[in-house]
Design a binder for this molecule. Sequence first.
Ligand SMILES: *Cc1c(COP(=O)(O)O)cnc(C)c1O
Length: 344
Amino acid sequence: MAKILLNKKNLFYNLEVISKKATNKNKIAVVLKDNAYGHGLIEIAKLCYEFGIEKAVVRTIEDARKIESYFSYILVLADQTFHNYSHTFHIAINSLDDIEKVPQNANVHLKIDTGMHRNGIAIEDIEVAILGLLKHKANITGVFTHHRGADTLSTDFFWQKENFSLVKNSVKNICEKLLLPLPSFHSCNSAGLFRESNFENLNEDFARVGIATYGYLDNDGVFDFPKLKPVMSLWASKMATRYLKKGQSIGYGGKFTATEDMVVSTYDIGYGDGFLRLNEEDSYTTPKGFKVLGRVSMDNLSLNSNENNICLFDDVTTLAKIHKTITYEITCSLKENIKKEILL
Ligand SMILES: *Cc1c(COP(=O)(O)O)cnc(C)c1O
C-alpha cells in the first residue's frame, strides 16, 4: 500500500535550525494548516509537541480541536464561526465584518493588511476595529500581518515591514490610551524569519513557520538560507510486473514504447492520491533511478523496476519544477487518507 514516511530526525533538525534563528522554541508557531501541508495533522502535531513546540497555527476551529491536547496556544487563521470554545484558541479577524460575529470572551488576533491586499483590516481602521472588538467584549490577544514576497528579491519585504512597524506603534498607543494589555505581534512566515538578520531586534512574539518545518525554503537563488531536510518521502507498492517486448507500449494513449525488451511494474499510486499527473512530455526519475513510463493514471503508475516498494520522492523540489509550481503544492496535494508512518 502507498504510504508517506515522515522522517523524525529531519523534522527535529529543521525545528532546531528554526528555533535557533527565532532565538528559542517558544518563538515558533508551527503552521499545521491543510493537513500539515499534506504531512498529516496529528502526526506532525505530536512530533512538534515532543520537540517542545507550544504554539500552532491551523485554518479552522475543527482542526484546532483535533490538536488541542498538544499545544497551549493555537491560532485559527480562517474560521467564520468564531466561538469562544477554548481559552487556548485565538481566532484571526480578517475583516471589519468579522467583528460583528465575535462572541464574548473570545481571544482574537487582528490581521492587518500591510500591502498584500488579500485579508486583513486597513491600517486606517485599526482604532475602529479595536473599539468594535471591545464593544463585543473580545480579548485582543494578537495583532499580525502577512508578507506577500518574503521569499523574493524585491523591496516588498522591507516596505511591509515598515508598514507593520507603524502598525505596532499605533496599536501600542491605542492600548496605552484605553488601558488595554499589549497584544502579541507577529509578521514572519518561514522566509520572513530567515530574511531577518536579527529576529530578536524585530521585537515580535513569534514567527509562523510552515514550509521550513517540512524542510523547504525557497531562496529565489539569492538568499543565504540554511539547507533544511525534507521530512516527507512518498512510497508505493508493486501491483503487477510484466515483460514488455520491444515495440509494445504502456498505459493510457500508449505513450511510452519500449525500445528494447524490458521489465516494467505497476505501483499503487496515481493522481487520485494527489501524486500530480505526469505525462509523456515530462521526464521524472525516482531517487533510485527508475523512470515513470508514459502517463500517470488515477490509481497507478508504471516504472522500469520490479522492486516491491519504491520511493517516488524524498524531496519534492524536482517535481515542483516539472509541474511549474512550488514545493507547497506538491506536498499539500497528497490526500489525507494515505497512510503515514514515522521513521524514527
Ligand atoms: C501559510 C501561512 C504561513 C506559513 O507560511 P510558510 O511560507 O509556509 O512559512 C504563515 N502565515 C500565514 C498567515 C499563512 O497563511
